[in-house]
Write a protein that binds this ligand. Structure first.
Ligand code: ARG
Length: 298
């Protein structure tokens, strides 16, 4: 039975009621060989067509990859595909799950922009080769769903935070909740620059998240605060320009984040996190940073 919560009145569970889930130990990365800004499908890409420094982008990606390896994660590297400059943002084409009895499943995305639709089959192949049950959405019914760009797993808990409004539609979460037997808290996104949930919310551990509050509705903020006892807020500059909320909490302690988020980093350190700064300047030009440059896999 689907459980999609979009108002505090309907919230009939708290953090302590959620089922546990194992943490993923693998990370999928797509080589940036064909990465560039070639079209504009989000406001950050404006003015950046042809402006990517390819060598710098390659170096930034290599550093990030090394970072995951140092953390002891197994990296699964796949080639980029010519004609798909955004494929390096491999958080967007899928949403994987592991069931209570250890079965691996994935719901494939339906990309909102025509330019990105062709990325999905390549990512699907990775899941097929890794023995995931692959589930497709009925594209007549669900016109867009951008995977872990918008649907974020709570840290080690069976709960999905589902953003909607720009790249994913709210209706899809009923289906996902049903398929994964997982409650979903749906959050409406209200600001075009924060077009994916992962641009304005980062789940750091079971009870802490980092958000940019202005990207949510009041009801959304209430829902976030009902579940998370600790909510760290990013400033406009760090959220909008440095993509501070597109950070990744590798293990609930170590946080990977774009360089220079001085205010957020101080708050993270004060809350007991270990901050690892990475340069993703070339990817900010396309509206992405650390979080969306990978897919976590079980
Ligand atoms: N240029 C890409 C797009 O607009 C960037 C995607 C970044 N992904 C993310 N989850 N924020 O689709």
């Amino acid at each position: 039975m689907a459980t999609v919560i979009s108002s505090v009145e309907d919230l009939n569970f708290g953090l302590k009621d959620l089922e546990p889930m194992p943490a993923p130990r693998k990370v999928l990365l797509v080589k940036p060989t064909f990465y560039t800004v070639e079209y504009v499908i989000n406001p950050h890409m404006k003015g950046n067509i042809g402006e990517v420094d390819k060598i710098a982008a390659q170096n930034e990606w290599e550093h990030l990859k090394a970072g995951y390896e140092e953390m002891g994660l197994y990296t699964h590297i796949m080639s980029g595909k010519r004609g798909y400059p955004d494929m390096v943002f491999c958080a967007n084409q899928s949403l994987p799950n592991i069931t209570a009895d250890g079965k691996k499943q994935v719901v494939m995305g339906v990309m909102h922009a025509e330019q990105r639709k062709g990325e999905v089959p390549y990512i699907e192949k990775v899941f097929r080769d890794s023995s995931y049950e692959v589930i497709h959405l009925d594209e007549e019914k669900f016109q867009d769903f951008e995977g872990m760009g918008d649907a974020l797993w709570h840290f080690k808990k069976r709960l999905i935070w589902g953003g909607y409004g720009y790249r994913s539609s709210k209706e899809v979460y009923e289906h996902i909740s049903d398929t994964f037997e997982t409650p979903v808290i749906a959050l409406e996104l209200t600001s075009e620059k924060f077009y994916h949930l992962d641009t304005c919310m980062c789940i750091l551990n079971e009870d802490t998240c980092l958000i940019y509050p202005q990207a949510f509705t009041e009801e959304g903020l209430k829902l976030i605060k009902c579940i998370f006892p600790n909510v760290i807020e990013a400033s406009k500059y760090e959220a909008e320009v440095l993509f501070a909320c597109n950070a990744t909490s590798v293990d609930g302690k170590n946080v990977f984040i774009q360089q220079g988020c001085i205010d957020v980093n101080k708050k993270l350190k004060d809350a007991g996190f270990k901050v690892h700064e990475f340069s993703t300047y070339e990817y900010l030009k396309s509206g992405g940073s650390v979080f969306c440059m990978k897919m976590l896999l079980w």
